[in-house]
Ligand binder design. Structure first.
Ligand code: FNR
Length: 366
């Protein structure tokens, strides 16, 4: 059945989207307001051209690298995206198993439908896996502390402090559908049960706990004082904020615009990446997420100076398509594409992926 042949992430997106309700599909797939940034996140990759070296022995290509100090199969992990049990009942458990199966890292959203311990245990039962715990700054500091302590006790390696969300972006799809979390799904990390969550819109629910007074000097030293986990800032898009993260002694940044779901009109992450890499100057780790839909995108991000990348929606599409098997399929697809791209460009290790691997740039975009 050719309709069901999933050869690339776009095939998976189409097949998965057919299996979701309109409201779930729009919640997962949309960005904010005019959809400019979400669109550019993926299309901006097309302006870069690869510059291959030929007649290189690539029979022993090594795609591996390190993430949070652990060897990973290739430089890609799954971003923290909430509400995965709406795509498939096993939700984040299935994602964790798929990541462990391939040997890559996963970040757990505060809006996960399972606890950090359940998600870690599901992955660990398959193989070694590192997790990051995504965190929002919260009005209720005791709850924020419990989230951190539970994540640390469960064995998470890092905190991803999401810095781009003092308030939610304007997501018309959520207002149009009066989006509510489906009955029966809870947010155990946020200590919210299904009934409580369903009383309010996503936006009101977010505003009720999230602290829009968050800031560098209050929150980063506090995080350091309460946890041994690495501290990463997720949602940096400028050299200025990269320097702030260096100054505050963070372990790394994720150049991210929340998959185009927060402020629409900001730069695509691949366009914001070079200024952040330059400002970091090797003093802090730099990862990127947003719009990565092919192994060649992973390769281009590394060539532009990212050490590692993350994908959000592709994991959701995998889940919606076929639970863990769907996420396995998504990860295998990106892994195989990345490996083949390394071989076809003559790169034998991720260290070989440098600026010299990128050719003609069309400055006006695709
Ligand atoms: C997200 N993202 C996100 N980020 C975060 O810090 N906390 C969260 O709870 C969520 N939740 C969430 C839900 C859904 C449905 C999506 C699609 C995304 C953003 C996510 O971590 C990541 O930055 C983007 O998804 C990356 O872009 P791509 O790969 O989806 O294009």
């Amino acid at each position: 059945n050719l309709d069901e042949m999933i050869l690339c992430i776009e095939d998976l997106r189409i097949a998965a989207s057919k299996k979701l309700s309109d409201s779930a599909r729009d919640f997962y797939n949309s960005g904010s307001t005019d959809q400019i940034t979400i669109h550019e996140n993926s299309t901006a990759y097309a302006k870069y051209r690869l510059r291959p070296r030929v007649l290189v022995d690539v029979s022993k290509v090594d795609t591996s690298t390190k993430c949070f100090g652990q060897q990973v199969k290739f430089p890609l992990g799954v971003s923290p995206a909430g509400l995965q049990a709406m795509a498939h009942p096993s939700g984040e458990l299935a994602t964790s198993r798929a990541c462990a199966r391939l040997g890559i890292s996963m970040a757990i959203s505060s809006f996960a439908n399972y606890s950090a311990k359940e998600i870690r245990d599901a992955g660990k039962a398959i193989g070694p896996i590192r997790h990051a715990m995504q965190l929002y700054t919260m009005k209720d500091r005791d709850l924020e502390l419990r989230i951190i302590q539970n994540a640390e006790a469960a064995g998470c390696s890092a905190i991803f402090l999401t810095a781009d969300s003092p308030v939610l972006g304007m997501r018309y799809n959520e207002w149009r559908h009066d989006f509510r979390t489906p009955a029966g799904l809870a947010f155990p990390i946020l200590e919210r049960d299904s009934e409580k969550i369903r009383k309010t819109s996503h936006d009101d629910g977010f505003t009720s706990f999230n602290d829009d007074a968050h800031n560098w000097t209050r929150d980063i030293p506090w995080l350091r004082s309460v946890s041994q986990m690495e501290i990463w800032i997720k949602g940096v898009l400028t050299a200025e904020d990269t320097l702030k993260a260096v100054e505050l002694g963070c372990d790394g940044i994720i150049v991210s615009n929340h998959g185009g779901r927060q402020l629409d009109g900001v730069a695509s992450t691949i366009d914001a990446l070079p200024e952040c890499v330059e400002a970091a100057a090797g003093r802090i780790r730099v990862h990127v997420d947003g719009g990565i839909r092919a192994g060649t995108d992973v390769f281009k991000a590394l060539a532009l100076g990212a050490e590692h990348v993350w994908v959000g929606r592709p994991a959701i599409w995998g889940l919606a398509y076929d639970g863990q098997k769907g996420v396995d399929l998504m990860l295998d697809t990106l892994y195989n594409e990345f490996k083949r791209c390394m071989q076809l460009t003559g790169c034998n290790s991720v260290k070989d992926i440098t600026k010299a691997c990128l050719g003609v740039v069309r400055p006006d975009g695709p």
